[in-house]
Design a protein around this ligand. Structure first.
Ligand code: HEC
Ligand code: HEC
Length: 452
């Protein structure tokens, strides 16, 4: 089949997947700018002349899976309303939260899910942002990124669930601050997950697992701060770092992960492992998860006691979605830094420092910026404490992939945000490795990191 015909087929196929929703399906936004760029890249396959149609099947399959994975990432709760709604009763708190307060907690609104009139009213500042009824209206439109409200026939909210998009998406603020086109894979560093959970009326699930009262649970959750979440809290029950700071870690981006071996700050596993862990153990999705490393009662007392090392819930609402979710995440490319956001000449010089005398590229191997292979390091190798590493089965830190750093500077760098700026990260390496970098070299390195 000639290339032009393949291209036409691909365009038609991708149009199929970005067209309107199936009846009853959650509403998909009209193609945002970023999706346009992505489907444009699908439309230019470089297949050799004379390739037969069957040879094209993997491309069509991949496209179908990516589309399905996007739906799962954005809209699927995996049945976790059992946890967020039925147990925590988070929907009752949402019903009393004004849109202004919700935006202040870092929740985002998908402008493409808004009817034209509402979008115009919002743009003109004619929407009442202090009325919780507006929040409910947004939930009814499935416009709150990563949160799904469930309503009864009388229109009352009866439950709520969350999605991956809650923490791993933001919006481009095109309509108003916090309201815009979705940016899937971006870490939502505005989101105060701890405060959102702490607002839920019933924290008995946390109280039981942690063995403390509701006030103590709220104090822990409210101590996390924006952009952070503690995925290990309900596994090991640790609430504080040895220095008294919160034990939570920064939400990492979920783009640019293709080719990267181990994921999470401490390398728990590959994307497929972590997706299953998060869906089942963190979000409360109803599925199957097996990881017997969690049976270690010394390191994971709560997980071992509760049998989190082997969870089998029926019907399984997670497992069948993992292939599409995995492929979708791998398909999310790292966004380029905006024009003019860094000094091009300095970045060029910084690259030479990065790959040369600063020796950064020995671990951060371009263009993955992590090690192709086993990408873990003992805490002492990078000169930091072992607290968070010791909470992971690996006892290590994963070499963070650096592409797209410019999207997640808020909250700082390293797993817990201990370095407020890129310059501070470089100072740390300079001192720890005794690099002896000059002030110019350090400045050039910063510009290079901003360019990734
Ligand atoms: C409540 C916020 C939250 C939700 C919801 C959430 N994540 Fe995460 N995610 C995090 C945090 C925090 C980490 C870092 C965990 C760590 O390193 O200990 C993370 C890490 C990851 C990583 C590793 C990225 C990397 O390279 O380090 C992937 C992949 C990921 N999440 C995918 C998902 C998927 C898929 C879902 C939905 C099934 C999901 N997450 C839901 C907060 C969240
Ligand atoms: C021995 C391997 C190693 C070397 C050498 C190394 N890094 Fe890292 N880097 C890591 C690891 C591991 C992490 C993750 C730390 C954590 O999770 O707290 C990291 C994290 C980072 C981060 C934070 C990323 C984020 O998302 O917060 C930046 C920035 C960074 N390194 C830049 C550099 C620069 C610049 C150099 C050279 C001066 C360098 N690294 C040298 C292993 C290395």
């Amino acid at each position: 089949m000639p290339v032009a015909r393949i291209a036409r087929f691909l365009v038609a196929a991708s149009a199929l997947f970005t067209a309107g929703p199936a009846p009853g399906a959650p509403r998909e936004p009209a193609t945002p700018r970023h999706a346009e760029r992505d489907s444009a890249s699908f439309a230019k396959p470089s297949l050799p002349r004379g390739t037969h149609a069957f040879a094209f099947a993997p491309f069509a399959d991949a496209l179908r899976l990516v589309a399905e994975g996007r739906r799962v990432f954005r809209h699927d709760t995996f049945g976790d309303e059992v946890f967020w709604g039925d147990s925590l009763r988070l929907h009752e708190a949402l019903a009393q939260t004004s849109p202004r307060a919700a935006l202040a907690l870092g929740l985002k609104v998908d402008a493409d899910a808004l009817p034209r009139k509402l979008a115009a009213a919002l743009r003109a500042g004619r929407v009442d942002l202090d009325d919780p009824a507006t929040t409910l209206a947004l939930l009814r439109l499935d416009a709150v990124v990563g949160v799904t409200g469930f309503f009864d026939a009388a229109g009352r909210i009866v439950s709520a669930g969350t999605q991956c998009a809650l923490c791993h998406s933001t919006v481009d603020d095109s309509l108003a601050p916090g309201v815009g086109h979705r940016l899937d894979g971006w870490a939502n560093r505005d989101l105060d997950v701890g405060r959102i959970i702490a607002a839920a009326p019933d924290l008995s699930a946390f109280e039981r697992l942690l063995g403390v009262d509701a006030a103590a649970v709220r104090a822990v959750l409210e101590g996390w701060g924006p952009g952070k979440f503690d995925a290990s809290l309900l596994l090991d029950g640790k609430t504080q770092r040895p220095d008294g700071g919160p034990a939570a870690v920064l939400i990492p981006p979920a783009f640019g992960l293709a080719g990267v071996n181990l994921h999470t700050w401490t390398g728990w596993g590959g994307v497929a492992h972590w997706n299953a862990l998060v869906a089942n153990l963190e979000m409360g999705g109803q599925g199957t998860f097996v990881d017997h490393r969690l049976d270690d009662a010394d390191r994971f007392p709560i997980a071992a006691r509760e049998g989190f090392g082997e969870v089998r819930r029926t019907p399984d609402q997670v497992t069948s979605k993992l292939p599409a979710l995995h492929l979708y995440q791998l398909s999310l490319r790292t966004p380029r830094p905006p024009r003019g956001s860094f000094d091009r000449d300095a970045a060029g010089r910084g690259q030479a420092v990065f790959e040369g005398n600063a020796r950064c590229a020995t671990c951060h191997v371009p263009p993955l910026y992590t090690e192709p292979g086993h990408n873990l390091h003992a805490p002492a190798e990078i000169g930091i404490d072992a607290f968070q590493a010791e909470r992971s089965p690996t006892r290590a830190y994963r070499t963070a992939p650096l592409a797209g750093l410019w999207t997640h500077g808020k909250g700082g760098y390293y797993h817990d945000g201990r370095f407020p700026t890129l310059a501070a990260v470089i100072e740390h390496y300079d001192a720890f490795f005794g690099l002896g970098l000059s002030a110019e070299e350090k400045q050039d390195l910063v510009e290079f990191l901003k360019s990734l």
